[in-house]
Structures are given as C-alpha cells and as structure tokens.
Design a binder for this molecule. Sequence first.
Ligand code: ADP
Length: 617
Amino acid sequence: MSNEPVSPNSVSFKAETRQLLNILIHSLYSEREVFLRELISNASDSLTRINFEMLTNREVLDPETELGIWITVDEEAHTLSIRDTGIGMTAEELAENLGTIAHSGAKAFLEAAQHDNKVSNDIIGQFGVGFYSAFMVADWIRVTSRSYRPDAQAASWYSTGSDTFTVEPAEKSERGTLVTIKLKEDADEFTKEYRIDSIVKKHSDYVPYPIYFGPENKQINRQTAIWRQAPHQVEKEAYTDFYKQFSLESEAPLLKLHLNIDAPVQLYALLYVPAKQEHGILSLRRQDGIKLYARKVLIQEYSKDLLPEFLRFVQGVVDTEDLPLNVSRETIQSNRVIMQIKKVVTSKLLDLFKNTATDKPDEYAIFWEQFGLFIKEGIATDFEHYDALLPLLRFHSVAHPDKHISLDDYVKEMKAGQDKIYYIVGDDEKSVLSSPHLEILRRHEMDVLLLTDVIDTFMLMRLEKYLDFQLVNAASDELNLPEKEEEKKDEETSPAGEEGLVNRFKQQLGERVTNVRITNRLVESPARLVDQGGSAASEMQRAYRLLNKDFEVPKMILEVNPKHPIIKKLESLSNEDAFATDLIEQIYENCLLQEGLHPNPAQMVSRIQKFMEASLK
Ligand code: ADP
C-alpha cells in the first residue's frame, strides 16, 4: 500500500486548495493532533447524514450495519486509519469534495493567512481546517469509500498533498469511508495507543457515535452527549454520574441546570454548581470556564466568555448549532451568538438560584455558605446583574446571628419609625457583636446586619440602598434615630464639668482625632470612634486598608460616655497624673482595636501590664 500508485488520471487541486495544502505541509503548528478531531468530525457528520437518509429512504446499502467509527494503527507500516459506516462517497463525490475547499473554516483560515503569513501556525487549530489538516502529519492519504447508494461503485482517492490527486475504482464491499494516512516520520506518536486514546478523550469524547480503537475494538469515547437529550428523559443519577465523570469530583453537585433552547439562540447546556467551592483532590478542573462545543466539536475547553466573571464557580458544557466552527479564540468574546448564549445562560442560572432560595431554603443555605462570596462579588462588580443579585444576598444579623436573612427579611422586621437598614463592618462576627456601636441600636431594638467578609467592603461601595431604605453603617455619626425619653433626660441632666473632660482628651490625642464629644448613646462602653460624614468614607478607608494602599490610621471623632465608671474615675484624677494619661491612651487604643484599625496591638501590652500591676496593689 505504501508505494505511490502510478496513475494516468491525476487531477490538479484547485489553486486555493494547493495554497492551503502548501501551508499545512510546511506548518510548524505544535498541536497537529487536531487533524484527528477533524477526521472524526467528518465521520460523525457522515453517520448523521446516513441516519437521516434512512428515515426516509429504504434503498440504502447495509441498512443493518452498526453506526460507528473505527480507528486502527499499524506501527510497522506507520499508518493510521479512520473508518466509518456513514454515507460514503462516489468517485465523483470524492473528486468534488476532496479537490476543492468546502470547509468554511478552511476558507476563513486561508483569508486570514493571506493577510498575515505568521498567523497561520497558531490558528490552524482554532479554524478547524477540515480534512486537509491531515496533511500536517501525512506523507500520503488514501480515502476509499463506498456510497450508501446500492448501485454505486467503491472508489479510492489518493494524494501526497502536492499539486494533484487521483481517483480510481476500488474494492470495498461495505458502506462508508476508510481514510488511511501514511504518517510522516516525525508523526510516529499517532500510532501509539495512549496518544490516540487521550486525543479522542480530549477533543471528541462526546461525538454521538461510538469510536472504537485497536484490534479489540475497545470503545474510547464516552459517546452520549447527555446535554443533547431532552431533560425529562435523563435520570437524576445520569446527571450525577456524568458530572462525576466530567469533573472527577467525588461529591454529587449541589445544583444542576439543563437547558435545551431554540430561541433566541439554539443551545444545549448542562451546568453544575459543585458541592464545595474548593475542588476535590482528583478534580480535572485546571481553570475556570465552561466547555464550549459547536456542533459536537470541542471549541474551547475552558471558555470564560459564556458566563460573567462572578459565576466562575459554575462548571459544565454549552453546545450550540449556531456557532461556526471557524470562530477564532480572539473573536469568540465579541461573537453575537456567544453574547446571546451568555445572556440566556446567566439569567437562567440566576433564576435557578432564586428558585432554590424560595423552594429549598436548606439547599440554598449550603449554596450561600459556599458561594455567597461570589454573589457579593457580583454586586460589587457586575452592574448588569445587580438587580437580579439583590434578592440572593443573605446575612447574619444581631437579632439572627445563626440564621441567614435576606434584605427582605430585614425590611419586614423593621421597627415603626425605622427608615434605614443598619449594618456593622468588622473582621469577624464575634468581635463585631461586642462593638460599642451596637449599644444604641440595641436600645432601640433595631437589627443590624453583620458584615465580616473582605468583599463586603467592596460590595457596600455599590449597595447604598435597598428599596427606599438607605444602608447605614452603625459606626456612622448620622444614625438619625428617633430620640428616646431617657436620652432626652440624660441630656438635660448633663453636668457642666464635661467641657473639661472633653478638653483633656483633645489635648492629649491632638491630631489623632478630628473631634472629641460627649455622647449619651453609649451604655456599656466608655468611648467609641465614629466616622465623620457617614458610611461611604469609612467604606473607602476600609477598602484601602484591605488593599494595603499606604494605610494610615484614619482620623475619626471620639465619643465619650460620661456615665461610665472609667470616665468618672478619670474626671477625679488630676491632669498631671501619669495614670490619667495612660487611661486616655488606652481608651483611645481600645476603640481603634474595636474598629479593627489598630496598626500594632502588641504595642499595648506594656501599658496593660502597668494597669494590672496597679490593680494588684
Ligand atoms: P467539511 O467537513 O467542513 O465540509 P472537509 O474538507 O473536512 O470539510 O470535507 C469536505 C467534504 O468531504 C465534506 O463536506 C463531506 O462531504 C466529504 N467528506 C469528508 N469526510 C467524509 C466521510 N468520512 N464520509 C463522507 N463524506 C466525507
């Protein structure tokens, strides 16, 4: 078989085919393996066509034969063959189909290559140049085919990829096509079983026909494109099995979305939310992204263009008939079909989350624990989906420290006269719960949301309002609370000596605070730091601190509680008393610590030890 047949009836390739072959034969493209994907894709198409033909036509050769693809190698002869039982080709069809450029990808590729010679090497794979790509690895190719038409004769096409090809009558009794490639010396890897196996798994795993390999005819693809089935036909276990096989995660997924849509864009999608944010140890996932198939051919293994960034924890497959195979990686993002798919899939996913929240709160609680951060990130970064994300948010609060509540839940429990949603920001819930800022709101029995994730700060920069209610930081000096009777009374009875107290703090703290004032809003704490100018400024401060951008301890207002025993004691000490100076320092630094703003808490230890010694005396 290996010696070139001497043929009188050789035919010249069309000029553009010659040009394409010339590029392919001299290509330095490193992922030559894609040729196998192209040949399998052709075989798969030919099987789909015969399948369709048999629906209406009884006059078909070998109607009973199995629809499949067989790959064999001969290591000694350096050949690789791909055989299918598809529609086949007559001699005329061989000459027509394999003499010109039919493949749209090849056409687009040639156009691109004409503009820029260098591009050709890296874009062969993305364009998917079809049958001719096999010339990247071939000394010669022979295609022997027998058409499904019962009266047609078998024929054989042969070419070395130079200027001409031949077509001759051949012997082949069964229907279908056999492509035999004599591999170039440097393409010997394609006779190795493990190589073929891994290429097929990587690029053609879900071709909807069995792909058999080797003398034992072992099936090497998984074959069922489960996402192409109607959702009601797929068993729950099948979804889970597929997910596990696909991701190699050991746990079943938390949520699943199976879409089979025709408008506004045709798509099949099977998407999963994993059980956990972290991947299992065996996980196959090396990057974020969704597998993108176009007409059953894998276009991208990790497509990041199908979902907004904040949904990157979603895994699965999107498959569309509407995307041309020749779409290149550079243009995929701006492709109209891709943009439509992204829109549809995102809104369906957000619907799924919302419905899970209402119908299966327990499941949603797990979802929130694992992926809540991503939803918050969406609020912070994704303007388009802001409104759809708001109802998905969950919080712990002072009144519900162990339960997740939504913004709606909060609003429903608001007190008469309350027109703000209060929150407190801090490093962890435990310390936040003992914050002095909560004292006044506790007195008013108003609930406060606890925000302790790093991302919260960034979320709050966007989330200023919900319905008609402004979100207000409990640490702000503008809480606008209705005044309580006891607070009024407090004010009336404030002793005049407070001015001196305020001045002592001012003098000692100097530039470190913007102001010092007396407050009646504290109950158990001697003092607190509040922000001037409301919440926005403090969110910015915190964001800067988290981003480590030249963090300086912010200047804030110190509010002092004159009824607190420590403050009372301080008043009784003279200005010169060193103990009084230490007390004021410690009160201020305690406030910094409670705000999570202390730059160096360890530095307080020596002073605290002094207090301990004093109390032991
Ligand atoms: P494309 O598959 O995109 O049309 P190709 O250059 O890969 O482009 O193939 C050209 C044509 O050759 C196909 O359209 C098809 O008609 C025919 N062909 C290729 N492989 C086979 C096959 N295995 N069985 C039947 N026809 C085939």
